[in-house]
Each structure stands twice: as C-alpha cells, then as structure tokens.
Ligand binder design. Sequence first.
Ligand code: AVI
Length: 335
Amino acid sequence: MELTPTVAPMIDLSRQEDGTNSTETFAKVVAEGLSQEPKSLPSRYFYDAAGSRLFQDIMALPEYYLTRCEFKVLTENRQEMAKQFAENSFFHLIDLGAGDAMKTKILLRELNEQKSAFDYVPVDISGDAMRQLSNSLQQEMPSVDVQAVVGEYFPALEWLQENKSERKVVLFLGSNIGNFKADESKHFLQRICSNLSPGDKLLMGIDLRKDPDTILSAYNDASGVTAEFNLNLLRRINRELGGNFEVEQFRHYPIYNPHEGVMRSFLVSKKEQDVYIRDTGQTFHFDAWESIHTENSHKYSLQQVSELGKACGFSVETVFQDDACRFADVLFTVG
Ligand code: AVI
C-alpha cells in the first residue's frame, strides 16, 4: 500500500524580513549597545551555530532544571493537554520556535495516539532545523501532517491567519517569554492574540519564582557551560564583525533579583581595555570591572502570569505544573 505524503513543502518567509538577521543589522545593534551607558547587548544574538550547540548543552546540565521540569509537566499531563487541544474538532498546532521539537513530540505522539484531527505547523527562523524536523517526523510519525514555516514569529502568524483557516492551538514553550522585557512580553502576547480568533488556545511554558539559590545555580553552573554561552556573544562579534575582543579578559556574572523576579546576566571586563570592531569602524573603551548586560530571564508567579494573559486578551484555562511548583505550562484561551 502506498503511503500518502504528509509533509507539505516548507513555507519560507525568511526573505520577507526586515533584515534583522543581516550582518549590517548586527553591527548596528552592537554599536548602539556598546555606546550606551551602561553597556548592553541583546540576548537574541546568543544563538549562532556555536551558541545553539551550547544552549543544547545547557539544557542537559544538572543545574538547569527548566528543561527537565517542562519535560515532566508535558509527559505527566499529555493526555489531558491533548484532550483540551482537540475539543473533538480539527485544529492547527502551531509551534513557535520549534527547533528540534523534542518536547513537542511528547504531545504529538499523544495526539496521534488519541487519533486527534490536527496538522502540525512548526515555525522557526532556522531552515535547517525545519528541514531536519520535517524529515524526522516523517520517519517517526508518518501519519501526522506537517507544514513547516521558516521565518520570524509574526510574519508566520500573519501567514497562518490568512492561509490556515481552522481553529488554532499555539505552543510557546521553554520559558522563552522570560527573555523579553516586561513591556515586550505584553506586546508579544497582544500580537499573538490579534492573530488568533476567540476560542483559539495558547500553551505557554513559564519558569516560576522559587528559591533564589536554585535559580542562580541554573545560570551559574559549576562546569562553566553558561559562562561559555554568554562569552560566545563576544566570540560571535569577533567572528562576524571583525572584533578583537580578548574573550578571556571578560567574565560571566549572573545575578538574581528576587524582588523583581529577574535573573540578569552580565559580561564583566577584568581590566581597562579598548576593543576595535571592524564592521562598526569604532573602538569601544572598557573601564576595569565595567559590565555589558546581556540577558534577562524573568521568573513569574502564577498570579502574574494570569494577569499578563488577561491584559493581552487571554484567560487561563488550565495550569499544568510539576509537584515542586518550579515550572508551569499554562493553557490560555482567547477571549
Ligand atoms: C532560552 N531561554 C529561555 C534560556 C533562559 O533560561 O533564559 C536562555 C538561557 N540563558 C542562560 N541559560 C539559558
């Protein structure tokens, strides 16, 4: 018997972008960030090939509880989640920042087993990741319809709103919302909501507030992988923009503020030094012990999550969390 092909050709929206991934934009952002007082660089530039590999290593660290906790939450609640997604009618399962979909596969297997009517739409900026995922799903779950979209989240959601007319369930896993500033996360969720219809759903992974020592260790692991991940940003500037950072003259310094629930990461200059970056044509001066702020990772209480959702047009349907209340996957409904 012939198998019906279930992998639709990839939709590539990456060329329609505003150049956020170009070298020129990177140079501009770096020049702005290093000219500011205090200096800062945006964490979205962590993820070149080397940074993405380091992030894979972070997720396997004993201290980095987030990934293991979310894995557990999804595994233990997969039947209930699948039931609440399905509602006995067809839906599009849209996975924002799908990557290798390790965690999403827990839900896909369950939906497949429950014989739910759905198609799977992974969205990611990496065309390679989407090609590999489409192939691996064809091998592992040939009966699941897959339509990968390569591009940024919002062009992808706009495309989906125009081209996929049925009910939608959006996944935004991994506590990625935590890396936005407070106003950015609100804006992000409002934009998601404006591309959905009443009754559509969003399952969002959120790292919860907990013992500050547990949080700090997760970003300051004993083996130094997170330090390498942070320092890779300087290596990336050297590689891509012709910078001459002496990377060993900077150190990773994370600090958790329990009052705000924000984990902040810095790179601190160990000495007074000047750094020249060819593509910006500028030299940047560092005083001894001057810092560059590189990342925020927000931790939320469940009440804050519910208020954030409400302010953006969502209401909480179900909170799924682990026994120790470290991590939650919150299912929201539009309206
Ligand atoms: C991708 N993001 C949710 C990670 C986090 O926990 O904020 C990135 C990360 N930074 C340091 N370790 C992991």
